[in-house]
Design a protein around this ligand. Sequence first.
Ligand SMILES: [Zn+2]
Ligand SMILES: [Zn+2]
Ligand SMILES: [Zn+2]
Length: 377
Amino acid sequence: MMENVQVGSPQVANGVVPVPPPLPGPTTSYNQKGLLMNGSPLRGYSCVSTATKDLWENLFDSGYKADVIINTDYDGIIYAHANILGIASPTMRGILKQSKCRGRRRSLSIRGVPPNAVKVFIRFLYSSCFEKVDMEDYVLHLLVLSHVFAVPRLKRECECQLEQGLLTIENVVDIFQLALLCDAPRLGLICHRMILRNFKAVSETEGWKIMKQSHPMLEKELLESMIDEENRQKERVRKLKDRKIYLQLYEAMEALVHICRDGCRTIGPYDKDFNEDQAPCNYAACKGLELLVRHFAGCKLRVPGKCIHCKRMWQLLELHSRLCADSSACGVPLCSNFKDRMKKQGKKDEIKWKILVEKLLRTKTIGGAPFFVKGTF
Ligand SMILES: [Zn+2]
Ligand SMILES: [Zn+2]
Ligand SMILES: [Zn+2]
């Protein structure tokens, strides 16, 4: 419809005529502030001129040769043109076909929404434009009207406006229900997310209370999805915690090899003399581990399993041995003894260790660590 009335669009005939410069005057111009068209604010050059838009809006405002009367609530009357309504909305065309004639005019009713919202809706059918303030006031009604009368352009526009800021804690429950009714899945999803994220505030709104009474099933579903979301959140936190523990353990494994092979601060390497002036140590786990190793060497409590520090050391040594690729080079005490023992160990124990080792290796890519076995699990 609009293509036939473009005034300022450059045209090239037979591909030889040069593109003419823009016409002087207001025919193609910068549009009024605040007007929106097809989802974007009208700013700068537009191929639909202000004059074109004004022409269509004038036709609507003046009701010149109008042949349709639209009755709204509060005895409101809007004059319109059947050919424009019928072209803009297939549903409207069907209704007009069956509507009664009153003299030369046909009449139809749009009730249950504020008369002004109907006016903004019909105006959009003429010019594809609306004022920002009207959209803010009537976005819910326009969404319903555009769905009922099958005007996808306006429906998209309403969804877009809601997404970009008109959706609030106060109205999100209403819009969520409308999105379900009006078959707007993306909008529904966005509302759902907003409800879950702001559950406490949303559940205190008027909208929630009304939904609770009119659609108890929907409330139940929302509560259930809230619980699911909380569980997912807990699971995420648990996984992060696990990951941190495995990462620390992995670092302890690296530090253990570093202490035993190279020596650090107070402990010399296994095969060389202790070097007094060493480079500063980069292993965060080193200090704690060093204390543990020193304790292990001198612990007076010789009863196996009685000292928690020694028990921890035994576990670290065994874990090391399971990760170690070369017992002859690592310098870690008892590494090969554990490897021998492993062969005799029961299946059940073996599986437990394997899972731990696998998790450790997965936590950190081993690219940079030369002393651990790779990819054997
Ligand atoms: Zn160190
Ligand atoms: Zn001890
Ligand atoms: Zn080793």
